[in-house]
Design a protein around this ligand. Structure first.
Ligand SMILES: [Zn+2]
Length: 268
């Protein structure tokens, strides 16, 4: 009997902890949604992310709301002398939130911290060759995204060359939501998976072949590393060079358009 009571007490305590967390999160989001979007935040976004001005008003409003919630929930940490300020927070958050417009989402639920280095940094663990290589971004399965600030800012301002480290790393976060980094994020409907797998694997194999034959593509050769990198590289091009992708990789473009639920070809 005593054991039964202890078990019940433990279950009640666990439920209470989860319920409290849920309520606190809900209240924090409600507060963030209600808060006005500060003028200096808008100034930073329009200056550092020029594509913002080209978004339809409805998407601008969605982006502002997502940014408020993102900033209320995530922590930024500066390394190697970086002092976190509004410019860093807004420039990263606004790009990250471009990926979650028009979607039912939970604002990168596995992500707690964004670590900012001034420039390229050494990866945490040595690669297969035993050496630590320089990186401009990393996305960890649980908890963190690491970014080089100079690239994060430069890529936001130059939003048309198909290279964007923030889009790259946050598309990894979306891919990793189901626990594995494999280029297959959670899709809206079970019926979408077959077509996603067919199209992405076909274009991934084509890119591998091109890289092997030293031929260029609008997708960076880094996308030929593995399916996860292919999805991240394709996401960069989808948002920054949608017209070129529509022309050169029409099926891939349609899959990504269905997934991201936006039409970036209309913003440029
Ligand atoms: Zn990557």
């Amino acid at each position: 009997m005593t054991n039964t009571l202890i078990s019940i007490a433990i279950v009640v305590a666990i439920v209470a902890v989860f319920a409290t967390r849920f309520v606190l999160k809900h209240m924090r989001r409600k507060r963030a949604r209600r808060a006005p979007f500060p003028d200096n935040w808008l100034k930073i976004i329009t200056r550092n992310l020029p594509v913002y001005k080209k978004l339809p008003r409805e998407l601008q409003a969605q982006l502002q709301e997502a940014v408020k919630i993102f900033l209320a929930e995530k922590t930024f940490e500066g390394y190697e002398g970086v002092v976190i300020d509004d410019e860093i927070r807004l420039t990263v958050a606004s790009q990250a939130c471009l990926l979650i417009l028009n979607r039912k989402n939970n604002y990168y639920p596995h992500l707690d911290t964004i670590c900012i280095y001034p420039s390229a940094f050494l990866e945490k663990d040595p690669g297969p060759d035993g050496r630590r290589h320089a990186r401009i971004g990393e996305s960890w399965t649980r908890g963190s995204v690491v970014l080089a600030w100079d690239h994060s800012k430069g890529d936001a301002r130059n939003f048309h060359d198909g290279h964007n480290v923030v889009i790259h790393e946050f598309s990894h976060q979306l891919d990793q939501l189901d626990g594995s980094s494999d280029g297959a994020p959670i899709l809206e409907d079970r019926s979408c998976y077959q077509s996603w797998a067919n199209v992405l694997s076909k274009d991934y194999m084509k890119l591998r072949k091109k890289v092997k034959n030293r031929q260029r593509d609008i997708l960076d050769e880094y996308g030929a590393t593995n399916p996860a990198e292919f999805f991240a590289v394709a996401s960069e091009v989808f948002f920054e060079r949608p017209d070129a992708m529509k022309k050169k990789h029409p099926e891939l473009f349609e899959e990504l358009k269905r997934y991201y639920k936006v039409a970036p070809e209309e913003w440029l």
